[in-house]
Design a protein around this ligand. Structure first.
Ligand code: 5GP
Length: 183
């Protein structure tokens, strides 16, 4: 891929606030485009097809894997998630900076394939705060929360494998720091 430097990965544990920070970045910089992922997870209340995710069944997702239609994909807390290849390539060609908001395994795959991409790991102020954020979101059942918290420990232990580690104390401040890193 040409212009790998235009590929920005934001990763970190579930509940750290990646989505909120990304929204803030998009509102501050119109030249940044967020990749919409595909997932086999059920839509949450208020989530829309093609806006939050492309919601696919497992069969369709696995078919796309077979056909090499993902830039990366991973399993997370019992579901599949993946970045569609074609739209990312298209946006990079058009000169956009492309943001990927993905979990750690996918982020590692991207960093291996595109070493010149910029990868940022968001850390919570502490683990209790992470748990509080996941619970307050109110979007997952207890079982899913437990899976995500367990996974968070593993994900945080991989934080030093990325270009930058930022602690997300405050959305606005974190978004500004990331925009600075991109520039
Ligand atoms: P959620 O179910 O909370 O929307 O997402 C669960 C996790 O999957 C989050 O850490 C999110 O960043 C990650 N994720 C979302 N899309 C993708 C993707 O396309 N690829 C990978 N590897 N992870 C993703």
């Amino acid at each position: 891929m040409k212009n790998q430097k235009k590929l920005i990965i934001i990763t970190g544990p579930s509940g750290v606030g990646k989505g909120t920070v990304v929204k803030e970045i998009l509102s501050k910089d119109k030249n940044i485009w967020l990749s919409i992922s595909a997932t086999t997870r059920e839509p949450r209340k208020g989530e829309n097809e093609g806006k939050n995710y492309y919601f696919l069944n497992q069969e369709k997702f696995k078919e796309m894997i077979k056909q090499n239609l993902f830039l990366e994909w991973a399993q997370f807390a019992g579901n599949y998630y993946g970045t569609p290849l074609s739209s990312v390539n298209e946006r990079i060609k058009k000169g956009f900076t492309v943001l990927l908001e993905i979990e750690v395994e996918g982020a590692k795959q991207i960093k291996e394939k595109f070493p010149d991409s910029l990868s940022i790991f968001l850390l919570p102020p502490n683990k209790a705060e992470l748990e509080r954020r996941i619970r307050n979101r109110g979007t997952e059942k207890e079982e899913a929360i437990k899976k995500r918290l367990l996974r968070a420990n593993y994900e945080i232990s991989a934080s030093n494998q990325f270009d930058f580690e930022l602690t997300n104390h405050n959305v606005d401040e974190t978004a500004n720091r990331i925009i600075k890193l991109i520039k």
